[in-house]
Design a protein around this ligand. Structure first.
Ligand code: C2O
Length: 341
């Protein structure tokens, strides 16, 4: 059915529709043999992974994060666990590479501008985090989050700005490096000013705490979305500013963070999304948010390579109960809960 996207085969991936000015790249998964797809099995959780704010990590946690990304960058680029291929996943799912349900006709699978946004990115991070953990043999490795909803986290975290570090990416807006505060209302207009703590906190509250209806929060269903901007939810819209604000405006499409096909090339992407994923759980746990229960939603599926390089089919339904995925967020304060009241 139109509203129930099922990606059945990585070989159904076609060359992406890249924006003008982008270097042509294939984006599709590499040919790595049999492409036997296995259904997802929930992990056996001995100890939960606890995701923390980047700016509060211990020296050991910082060292682990850097080392894991370094090793991921060192993998052969045709290894599906490599940094190149992890970035390409985002490109493939964002630029019309996958036809729906094995068909070749439009519409293509889109994981933005509709209700697939939150679950797709949750799954994407799930596998990314586990791959990183396996590369440093640490099965409690947890993907730290860019805590831009807290005053102490409202700038690009220091560990991403060291040129010698695996977390560095050169393609960022030179006017938005620390100590410039992120502007969560940023809209690409000229006349940059630094963000403002109170305005940012109010924006987060309006996008998360004040929202009740699932389709306002997550976006509209895939069928209604049809790839159009107005179908995005407040969670996605809020997150968009983090991308556009970080990307380099001197690159044709605001690369890396400002463009879908390239944003996964900036390690900051994944910590940005860790915070987005966290805000989803806060919305549910603290503000009474409720997930969709439509079968079209729950049965939508994606394919990812796991930490063993095996191809796994996951459904949206399987990610809605976060604790069964073996990770959680720390209990950092929520300074925007009453912002502006
Ligand atoms: Cu797939 Cu932050 O976007």
């Amino acid at each position: 059915a139109f509203a129930d996207p099922v990606v059945t085969n990585p070989r159904s991936c076609n060359r992406p529709n890249l924006p003008v000015g982008a270097q042509p790249i294939p984006c599709c998964p590499p040919n790595i043999g049999s492409d036997q797809v296995e259904d997802f099995v929930f992990p056996i959780v001995v100890q939960e992974r606890v995701r923390k704010p980047v700016h509060l990590l211990s020296d050991k946690e910082i060292a682990d994060y850097k080392e894991a990304i370094k090793r991921m960058r060192e993998l052969s680029p045709d290894d599906p666990r490599s940094f190149t291929q992890q970035a390409n996943i985002h490109c493939a799912y964002c630029h019309d590479s996958y036809a729906l349900n094995g068909s070749t006709a439009p519409p293509q699978v889109k994981v933005h501008f509709n209700w697939l946004f939150a679950p797709f990115h949750r799954w994407y991070l799930y596998f990314y985090e586990r791959i990183l953990g396996s590369l440093i043999e640490n099965d409690t490795f947890a993907l730290p989050y860019w805590n831009w909803d807290h005053p102490d986290g409202m700038y690009i975290p220091d560990i991403f700005n060291d040129r010698r570090s695996s977390l560095y990416d050169a393609k960022r807006n030179a006017n938005h490096l620390p100590p410039v505060l992120i502007d969560l209302n940023w809209n690409n207009r000229a006349g940059d000013t630094s963000g403002d703590v109170d305005t940012n906190l109010r924006k987060v509250k309006q996008s998360i705490a004040d929202v009740k209806a699932p389709d306002t929060f997550f976006g509209k269903n895939f069928a209604e979305g049809g790839g159009q901007f107005p179908a995005s939810g407040t969670l996605e819209l809020l997150h968009n500013t983090g991308h556009a604000w970080t990307g380099d405006p001197t690159d044709p499409n605001g690369e890396d963070m400002g463009a879908f096909y390239s944003s996964g090339r900036d390690p900051l992407f994944y910590s940005h999304h860790s915070n987005v994923d966290r805000l989803w759980t806060i919305w549910k746990d603290r503000f009474g948010g409720v997930d969709f229960s439509d079968d079209d939603y729950k049965n939508s599926s994606f394919l990812f390579y796991d930490e063993n390089g095996k191809l796994v089919r996951v459904t949206v339904d399987q990610c809605l109960n976060m604790s069964s995925l073996g990770y959680r967020y720390d209990n950092a304060p929520i300074p925007w809960e009453f912002a502006g009241e």
